[in-house]
Design a binder for this molecule. Structure first.
Ligand SMILES: NC(=O)c1ccc[n+]([C@@H]2O[C@H](COP(=O)([O-])OP(=O)(O)OC[C@H]3O[C@@H](n4cnc5c(N)ncnc54)[C@H](OP(=O)(O)O)[C@@H]3O)[C@@H](O)[C@H]2O)c1
Length: 276
Protein backbone atom coordinates (compact mmCIF):
# COMPACT_ATOMS: atom_id res chain seq x y z
CA UNK A 1 0.00 0.00 0.00
CA UNK A 2 1.44 3.41 -1.03
CA UNK A 3 0.70 6.86 0.32
CA UNK A 4 0.36 9.33 -2.57
CA UNK A 5 0.27 13.00 -1.59
CA UNK A 6 -0.94 15.68 -4.02
CA UNK A 7 -2.98 12.89 -5.65
CA UNK A 8 -5.06 15.26 -7.80
CA UNK A 9 -2.07 16.77 -9.61
CA UNK A 10 -0.62 15.57 -12.92
CA UNK A 11 1.70 12.94 -11.43
CA UNK A 12 -0.77 11.89 -8.74
CA UNK A 13 -3.54 11.27 -11.29
CA UNK A 14 -1.09 9.45 -13.60
CA UNK A 15 -0.25 7.08 -10.72
CA UNK A 16 -3.96 6.67 -10.00
CA UNK A 17 -4.49 5.64 -13.63
CA UNK A 18 -1.92 2.82 -13.21
CA UNK A 19 -2.83 1.54 -9.73
CA UNK A 20 -5.86 -0.25 -8.35
CA UNK A 21 -7.94 1.62 -5.75
CA UNK A 22 -6.73 -0.66 -2.93
CA UNK A 23 -3.03 -0.24 -3.79
CA UNK A 24 -2.70 3.28 -2.39
CA UNK A 25 -4.12 6.03 -0.22
CA UNK A 26 -4.65 8.72 -2.85
CA UNK A 27 -4.57 11.87 -0.71
CA UNK A 28 -5.52 15.16 -2.35
CA UNK A 29 -4.44 18.55 -0.93
CA UNK A 30 -7.75 18.62 0.99
CA UNK A 31 -7.24 15.12 2.43
CA UNK A 32 -3.67 15.71 3.56
CA UNK A 33 -1.90 19.07 3.68
CA UNK A 34 1.84 18.34 3.73
CA UNK A 35 2.57 21.68 5.45
CA UNK A 36 1.15 20.10 8.62
CA UNK A 37 2.77 17.31 10.63
CA UNK A 38 1.45 13.89 9.56
CA UNK A 39 0.20 11.35 12.10
CA UNK A 40 2.09 8.04 11.43
CA UNK A 41 -0.64 5.88 13.05
CA UNK A 42 -3.01 6.76 10.19
CA UNK A 43 -0.60 5.26 7.66
CA UNK A 44 0.72 2.20 9.49
CA UNK A 45 -0.02 -0.06 6.48
CA UNK A 46 1.94 2.07 4.02
CA UNK A 47 5.06 0.55 2.40
CA UNK A 48 6.26 3.69 0.55
CA UNK A 49 5.39 7.38 0.30
CA UNK A 50 5.26 9.06 -3.13
CA UNK A 51 5.23 12.82 -2.71
CA UNK A 52 3.43 14.34 -5.70
CA UNK A 53 2.39 17.45 -3.74
CA UNK A 54 4.07 20.69 -4.74
CA UNK A 55 3.63 24.39 -5.42
CA UNK A 56 4.20 24.34 -9.20
CA UNK A 57 3.16 27.79 -10.45
CA UNK A 58 6.60 29.06 -11.49
CA UNK A 59 5.40 32.61 -12.31
CA UNK A 60 3.29 33.07 -9.16
CA UNK A 61 6.06 31.69 -6.92
CA UNK A 62 7.99 34.96 -7.47
CA UNK A 63 5.20 36.78 -5.54
CA UNK A 64 4.21 33.95 -3.19
CA UNK A 65 7.71 33.10 -2.05
CA UNK A 66 6.70 32.20 1.49
CA UNK A 67 3.99 29.76 0.43
CA UNK A 68 6.24 28.15 -2.21
CA UNK A 69 9.00 27.65 0.39
CA UNK A 70 6.48 26.24 2.88
CA UNK A 71 5.12 23.60 0.45
CA UNK A 72 8.20 22.79 -1.66
CA UNK A 73 10.72 23.27 1.13
CA UNK A 74 9.79 23.10 4.80
CA UNK A 75 7.02 20.48 4.33
CA UNK A 76 9.73 17.95 3.45
CA UNK A 77 10.49 17.68 7.18
CA UNK A 78 6.96 16.31 7.76
CA UNK A 79 7.41 13.78 4.97
CA UNK A 80 10.88 12.63 6.07
CA UNK A 81 9.60 12.37 9.68
CA UNK A 82 6.78 10.12 8.49
CA UNK A 83 9.12 8.03 6.34
CA UNK A 84 11.66 7.65 9.18
CA UNK A 85 8.95 6.88 11.72
CA UNK A 86 7.38 4.13 9.61
CA UNK A 87 10.80 2.97 8.27
CA UNK A 88 9.59 3.15 4.69
CA UNK A 89 11.09 4.86 1.61
CA UNK A 90 10.09 8.36 0.54
CA UNK A 91 10.02 9.09 -3.18
CA UNK A 92 10.26 12.84 -3.66
CA UNK A 93 10.12 14.73 -6.96
CA UNK A 94 12.29 17.74 -7.76
CA UNK A 95 13.08 19.78 -10.83
CA UNK A 96 15.63 20.72 -13.49
CA UNK A 97 15.06 24.33 -12.31
CA UNK A 98 17.49 23.73 -9.41
CA UNK A 99 20.21 24.21 -12.05
CA UNK A 100 21.24 27.54 -13.60
CA UNK A 101 21.47 26.21 -17.16
CA UNK A 102 25.02 27.41 -17.84
CA UNK A 103 26.25 23.91 -18.68
CA UNK A 104 26.20 22.70 -22.27
CA UNK A 105 26.03 18.97 -21.64
CA UNK A 106 23.34 17.04 -19.70
CA UNK A 107 23.27 17.71 -15.95
CA UNK A 108 24.56 14.88 -13.75
CA UNK A 109 22.89 14.15 -10.42
CA UNK A 110 26.10 15.32 -8.72
CA UNK A 111 26.32 18.66 -10.57
CA UNK A 112 26.25 21.90 -8.61
CA UNK A 113 22.79 23.40 -8.09
CA UNK A 114 22.19 27.13 -8.48
CA UNK A 115 18.50 27.92 -9.00
CA UNK A 116 17.57 31.14 -10.82
CA UNK A 117 13.90 31.39 -9.80
CA UNK A 118 11.89 31.45 -6.55
CA UNK A 119 10.32 28.11 -7.57
CA UNK A 120 13.76 26.58 -8.16
CA UNK A 121 15.01 27.93 -4.83
CA UNK A 122 11.99 26.52 -2.97
CA UNK A 123 12.51 23.10 -4.61
CA UNK A 124 16.21 23.22 -3.67
CA UNK A 125 15.29 23.81 -0.02
CA UNK A 126 13.11 20.67 -0.24
CA UNK A 127 16.07 18.74 -1.69
CA UNK A 128 18.34 19.93 1.12
CA UNK A 129 15.88 18.90 3.83
CA UNK A 130 15.31 15.55 2.10
CA UNK A 131 19.07 14.82 1.90
CA UNK A 132 19.68 15.91 5.50
CA UNK A 133 16.70 14.20 7.13
CA UNK A 134 15.67 11.15 5.09
CA UNK A 135 17.09 7.76 6.03
CA UNK A 136 15.61 5.89 3.10
CA UNK A 137 14.40 7.30 -0.18
CA UNK A 138 14.88 8.58 -3.65
CA UNK A 139 14.84 12.13 -4.94
CA UNK A 140 13.93 12.16 -8.64
CA UNK A 141 14.54 15.36 -10.60
CA UNK A 142 12.37 15.70 -13.67
CA UNK A 143 11.55 18.37 -16.26
CA UNK A 144 8.75 19.83 -18.45
CA UNK A 145 6.01 17.55 -17.05
CA UNK A 146 2.81 17.23 -19.12
CA UNK A 147 -0.15 14.88 -19.13
CA UNK A 148 -3.82 14.58 -20.02
CA UNK A 149 -4.57 16.10 -16.56
CA UNK A 150 -4.56 19.66 -15.21
CA UNK A 151 -2.74 22.55 -16.85
CA UNK A 152 0.45 22.07 -18.80
CA UNK A 153 2.28 23.25 -21.92
CA UNK A 154 0.75 20.61 -24.22
CA UNK A 155 -2.82 21.43 -23.21
CA UNK A 156 -2.15 25.18 -23.45
CA UNK A 157 -0.70 24.75 -26.96
CA UNK A 158 -3.71 22.66 -28.05
CA UNK A 159 -6.12 25.33 -26.78
CA UNK A 160 -4.22 28.30 -28.24
CA UNK A 161 -3.51 26.39 -31.45
CA UNK A 162 -7.26 26.14 -32.10
CA UNK A 163 -7.88 29.83 -31.27
CA UNK A 164 -4.97 31.54 -33.01
CA UNK A 165 -3.26 31.57 -36.39
CA UNK A 166 0.18 32.29 -34.94
CA UNK A 167 1.95 31.84 -31.60
CA UNK A 168 5.37 33.00 -30.38
CA UNK A 169 7.40 30.45 -28.43
CA UNK A 170 10.92 30.71 -27.01
CA UNK A 171 13.61 28.93 -28.98
CA UNK A 172 16.62 29.38 -26.67
CA UNK A 173 15.67 27.23 -23.67
CA UNK A 174 16.67 23.58 -24.01
CA UNK A 175 15.23 20.69 -22.05
CA UNK A 176 13.45 17.35 -22.25
CA UNK A 177 9.70 16.87 -21.89
CA UNK A 178 8.36 14.26 -19.46
CA UNK A 179 5.05 12.51 -19.98
CA UNK A 180 3.74 12.08 -16.41
CA UNK A 181 2.60 8.50 -17.14
CA UNK A 182 6.21 7.54 -18.03
CA UNK A 183 7.43 9.06 -14.74
CA UNK A 184 4.66 7.26 -12.82
CA UNK A 185 5.59 3.93 -14.46
CA UNK A 186 9.25 4.52 -13.60
CA UNK A 187 8.45 5.24 -9.93
CA UNK A 188 6.39 2.03 -9.68
CA UNK A 189 9.14 0.02 -11.39
CA UNK A 190 11.73 1.44 -8.96
CA UNK A 191 9.50 0.54 -6.00
CA UNK A 192 9.72 -3.12 -7.04
CA UNK A 193 13.32 -2.89 -5.81
CA UNK A 194 14.45 -2.53 -2.24
CA UNK A 195 15.44 1.11 -1.65
CA UNK A 196 18.49 1.43 0.56
CA UNK A 197 19.82 4.73 1.86
CA UNK A 198 19.20 8.05 0.12
CA UNK A 199 20.05 8.93 -3.45
CA UNK A 200 19.29 11.31 -6.32
CA UNK A 201 18.21 10.25 -9.81
CA UNK A 202 17.16 12.11 -12.96
CA UNK A 203 14.24 11.19 -15.20
CA UNK A 204 12.60 12.60 -18.35
CA UNK A 205 11.82 11.32 -21.81
CA UNK A 206 14.83 11.03 -24.11
CA UNK A 207 15.89 13.79 -26.52
CA UNK A 208 16.73 17.47 -26.05
CA UNK A 209 14.59 20.18 -27.64
CA UNK A 210 13.47 23.80 -27.18
CA UNK A 211 9.96 24.94 -26.23
CA UNK A 212 9.64 26.09 -29.87
CA UNK A 213 10.42 22.55 -31.13
CA UNK A 214 7.92 21.14 -28.64
CA UNK A 215 5.17 23.58 -29.72
CA UNK A 216 5.79 22.82 -33.40
CA UNK A 217 5.56 19.06 -32.77
CA UNK A 218 2.30 19.50 -30.82
CA UNK A 219 0.71 21.48 -33.71
CA UNK A 220 1.94 18.93 -36.25
CA UNK A 221 0.77 15.87 -34.32
CA UNK A 222 -2.61 17.48 -33.54
CA UNK A 223 -3.09 18.59 -37.17
CA UNK A 224 -3.40 22.24 -36.19
CA UNK A 225 -2.45 24.89 -38.74
CA UNK A 226 -1.29 27.47 -36.16
CA UNK A 227 2.19 28.79 -37.08
CA UNK A 228 4.85 28.85 -34.36
CA UNK A 229 7.14 31.89 -34.41
CA UNK A 230 10.56 31.54 -32.84
CA UNK A 231 11.42 34.18 -30.21
CA UNK A 232 14.18 34.63 -27.63
CA UNK A 233 13.71 34.50 -23.84
CA UNK A 234 14.34 38.26 -23.81
CA UNK A 235 11.36 38.84 -26.09
CA UNK A 236 9.11 36.64 -23.90
CA UNK A 237 7.83 38.85 -21.11
CA UNK A 238 8.28 37.03 -17.81
CA UNK A 239 9.61 37.98 -14.40
CA UNK A 240 11.03 34.46 -14.02
CA UNK A 241 14.61 33.67 -15.00
CA UNK A 242 14.70 30.15 -16.42
CA UNK A 243 17.73 27.98 -17.21
CA UNK A 244 18.67 28.13 -20.89
CA UNK A 245 19.94 24.55 -20.84
CA UNK A 246 18.25 22.13 -18.44
CA UNK A 247 18.76 18.73 -20.01
CA UNK A 248 19.13 16.02 -17.34
CA UNK A 249 21.53 13.10 -17.67
CA UNK A 250 19.52 9.90 -17.12
CA UNK A 251 22.25 7.24 -17.40
CA UNK A 252 22.19 6.51 -13.66
CA UNK A 253 18.46 5.67 -13.47
CA UNK A 254 18.68 3.68 -16.73
CA UNK A 255 21.52 1.54 -15.44
CA UNK A 256 20.61 1.17 -11.78
CA UNK A 257 16.91 0.40 -12.26
CA UNK A 258 16.90 -0.89 -15.88
CA UNK A 259 14.61 1.96 -16.94
CA UNK A 260 14.10 2.15 -20.69
CA UNK A 261 13.56 5.79 -21.63
CA UNK A 262 10.86 6.58 -24.19
CA UNK A 263 11.54 9.08 -26.95
CA UNK A 264 9.84 12.44 -26.24
CA UNK A 265 7.92 12.42 -29.54
CA UNK A 266 6.54 8.91 -29.04
CA UNK A 267 5.29 9.86 -25.59
CA UNK A 268 3.79 13.08 -26.91
CA UNK A 269 1.82 11.01 -29.46
CA UNK A 270 0.58 8.71 -26.68
CA UNK A 271 -0.54 11.65 -24.55
CA UNK A 272 -2.33 13.33 -27.49
CA UNK A 273 -4.14 10.05 -28.19
CA UNK A 274 -5.22 9.88 -24.54
CA UNK A 275 -6.41 13.51 -24.62
CA UNK A 276 -8.45 12.49 -27.69
N1 LIG B 1 4.95 20.46 -13.92
C1 LIG B 1 6.22 20.51 -14.32
O1 LIG B 1 6.52 20.94 -15.44
C2 LIG B 1 7.32 20.00 -13.43
C3 LIG B 1 8.65 20.09 -13.88
C4 LIG B 1 9.67 19.60 -13.05
C5 LIG B 1 9.36 19.05 -11.83
N2 LIG B 1 8.06 18.99 -11.43
C6 LIG B 1 7.77 18.41 -10.10
O2 LIG B 1 7.02 17.23 -10.30
C7 LIG B 1 6.14 17.03 -9.20
C8 LIG B 1 4.73 16.76 -9.71
O3 LIG B 1 4.32 17.91 -10.45
P1 LIG B 1 2.89 18.01 -11.13
O4 LIG B 1 3.07 18.65 -12.44
O5 LIG B 1 2.16 16.73 -11.00
O6 LIG B 1 2.22 19.09 -10.14
P2 LIG B 1 0.71 19.60 -10.09
O7 LIG B 1 -0.06 19.04 -11.22
O8 LIG B 1 0.75 21.08 -9.88
O9 LIG B 1 0.18 18.91 -8.75
C9 LIG B 1 0.61 19.29 -7.49
C10 LIG B 1 -0.47 18.89 -6.50
O10 LIG B 1 -0.01 19.23 -5.19
C11 LIG B 1 -1.13 19.70 -4.47
N3 LIG B 1 -0.70 20.52 -3.34
C12 LIG B 1 -0.30 21.82 -3.33
N4 LIG B 1 -0.01 22.20 -2.08
C13 LIG B 1 -0.22 21.12 -1.28
C14 LIG B 1 -0.10 20.89 0.11
N5 LIG B 1 0.28 21.86 0.94
N6 LIG B 1 -0.41 19.66 0.59
C15 LIG B 1 -0.81 18.68 -0.23
N7 LIG B 1 -0.97 18.83 -1.55
C16 LIG B 1 -0.67 20.05 -2.07
C17 LIG B 1 -1.94 20.48 -5.49
O11 LIG B 1 -3.26 20.61 -5.04
P3 LIG B 1 -4.05 22.00 -5.24
O12 LIG B 1 -3.97 22.29 -6.71
O13 LIG B 1 -5.42 21.67 -4.75
O14 LIG B 1 -3.32 23.01 -4.40
C18 LIG B 1 -1.80 19.60 -6.72
O15 LIG B 1 -2.86 18.65 -6.79
C19 LIG B 1 6.29 18.25 -8.31
O16 LIG B 1 7.20 17.98 -7.27
C20 LIG B 1 6.90 19.29 -9.23
O17 LIG B 1 7.65 20.26 -8.53
C21 LIG B 1 7.04 19.43 -12.20
Amino acid sequence: MFLITGANGQLGLSLKKLLKADQAYFCSHQDLDITNAIEPKKFAKVSAIINCAAYTNVEKAEDELELAFKINGKALKHLTDLSNNLKIPLIHISTDYVFDGTKNSPYLTSDKTNPLSAYGKSKLLGEEIFIKEAKCGLLIRTSWVYSEFGNNFVKTMLRLGKERAELSVVNDQWGSPTYATDLALTILQILNNEIRGVEIEHFSNSGAITWFDFAQAIMQEANLSCQIRSISSEEYKSKVKRPSYAVLDKKSIEEKYQIKLKDWKESLKTCLKNIG
